[in-house]
Design a protein around this ligand. Structure first.
Ligand code: SF4
Length: 466
């Protein structure tokens, strides 16, 4: 009998029961945010309390103001946004959910705070009310996004009906070349294999490049698994994982840590484990990537040329390229580095951690912002650390705006919007039409590439800045 994959080991240990091809899975952690109000209504409707309330964590992020929080929630001008923030406080207080909310010193994005707090751990099943919950798979967990009714179901029962996904292993081999970051790796994976490569699958990232990555880099890779249509992304836990977790508030302590470590060390896929599909990407030749179109698979090296519909392999793809070019107002044959931009956003759960701040600040020392540029840390903890290191000063000296933590321009729910039709380089994860504001044109890139664009006013190969 073949060995087990990382996914198999966690899944099999969380099966409660199976009925006609559906599996009832035990969920160890649930992450919710201001948009999860319907989940609380569901509980009220059936007069239930959360089954294991200590396993549920709330976050104020999607609707958090990023300009200032000085006036508290009453100071938020927009009535709807204020209402969402108030409701989150009220709901979590009523049901006793630990809320990293508006006033919490560790407030931040639901995919940034749990790793900082040691809530994200190897070997668990973690669900979150946001599709980029795949981020937490970087710790060697099964982590995936759920809708509001599924969140309500988990709160009530701590379980969820699921179909067992098939498995895909992507081996990322080689050392990260100069100027190439985790964001370029995942954009390279998606551009190379296509946005549909992982449809509904559990994707394990492995290989020498992944093994050499820090936890924050691994989180960036797993975060965007969902953009390759994966159900979840995961990376085997190793010494890098354990060193990152040791001593964090919710991580096990003392003998519990020793026991947990013993279990975690059994999790990596067995050598003879068989995946339903396996692919390999060599990154040694990879150069910094930027998206040109309206999905994350429409990405090119910064040295690339905007494609022509004539290069399409079929009529559907031709139409897709034509529509994307039209929306993005680009013409075939243009060099990527010729594209002038109007805004820059450095933030989101993909790239708002301290290493992202450092990478962007390093580039910000090389010039002054030519376009409006926002830096939005992923949490108050990241903000404090960045300020302790003087990164905020580097940003403001370069003319970048240093803001309060939240999702901000990733999804523009808190009122942070592009002006109509603006072209923005963004470190977020989705370049869908209008995601950052009406008719907004989004080019996804790494924090270093975004900072480079900020100081030149166009898409720029960060490697040329020295
Ligand atoms: S930063 Fe964007 S993708 Fe991440 S949790 Fe917030 S809205 Fe979702």
């Amino acid at each position: 009998m073949a060995g087990k994959t990382l996914f198999d080991k966690i899944w099999d240990s969380h099966v409660v029961t199976e009925v006609e091809g559906e599996t009832l899975v035990y969920v160890d952690r649930l992450l919710i945010h201001e948009g999860s109000r319907h989940s609380f209504s569901m509980l009220r409707d059936v007069e239930m309390e959360p089954y294991r309330v200590e396993q549920v964590f709330g976050f104020a992020d999607h609707y958090m103001p990023t300009e200032t929080t000085d006036g508290g929630i009453p100071g938020v001008k927009d009535e709807k946004i204020r209402g969402m923030l108030e409701l989150m406080e009220k709901n979590t207080a009523e049901f006793g959910v630990r809320n990293f909310g508006f006033h919490d010193p560790n407030q931040g994005i639901l995919h940034v705070v749990p790793p900082e707090q040691g809530i994200s751990q190897p070997g668990i099943v973690l669900c979150g009310a946001d599709s980029h919950t795949s981020t937490h798979g970087a710790f060697g967990s099964i982590s995936f996004g759920v809708g509001a009714s599924e969140s309500g179901h988990i709160m009530a029962t701590q379980c969820l009906w699921q179909q067992r996904p098939s498995t895909l292993r992507i081996n990322v081999e080689g050392a990260l070349p100069f100027g190439v970051y985790a964001k370029d790796i995942i954009l390279g994976v998606i551009a190379n294999f296509g946005v549909g490569i992982g449809v509904g699958q559990a994707i394990e990232f492995a290989g020498s490049c992944i093994e050499s990555m820090t936890m924050e880099q691994r989180m960036t890779v797993c975060n965007m698994t969902i953009e390759a249509a994966g159900r979840m992304g995961m990376i085997a836990p190793d010494d890098t994982t354990y060193e990152y977790m040791d001593g964090r508030p919710y991580a096990p302590k003392g003998t519990l840590w020793d026991e947990a470590l013993e279990y975690w060390q059994t999790l990596p896929s067995d050598e003879d484990a068989v995946f339903d599909r396996e692919e390999t990407l060599d990154v040694e030749q990879l150069v910094p990537m930027v998206t040109w179109g309206t999905n994350p698979g429409m990405a090119l090296p910064i040295t690339g040329i905007i494609p022509s519909p004539d290069e399409a392999q079929d009529e559907d793809q031709r139409r897709e390229i034509e529509v994307a070019l039209d929306y993005m107002d680009l013409r075939p044959g243009m060099g990527m580095a010729e594209i002038e931009i109007e805004r820059v956003f450095i933030g989101s759960c993909t790239n708002s951690r301290i290493e992202d701040m450092r990478a962007a600040a390093d580039v910000a020392t090389k010039g002054k912002a030519k376009v409006e540029t926002w830096v939005v840390p992923g949490s108050r903890s990241v903000k404090r650390q960045a300020e302790a290191e003087g990164l905020d000063k580097i940003f403001t000296d370069a003319g970048f705006e240093w803001r309060e933590p939240g999702c901000s321009l990733c999804t523009a729910l808190n009122g942070d919007l592009l002006n109509d039709g603006q072209r923005c380089v963004s470190t977020s994860n989705r370049n869908f039409r209008g995601r950052q504001g009406p008719n907004g044109k989004t080019h996804l890139a790494s924090p270093a590439m975004a900072a480079a664009a900020a100081i030149t006013g166009k898409l720029t190969d960060v490697r040329t800045l020295g």
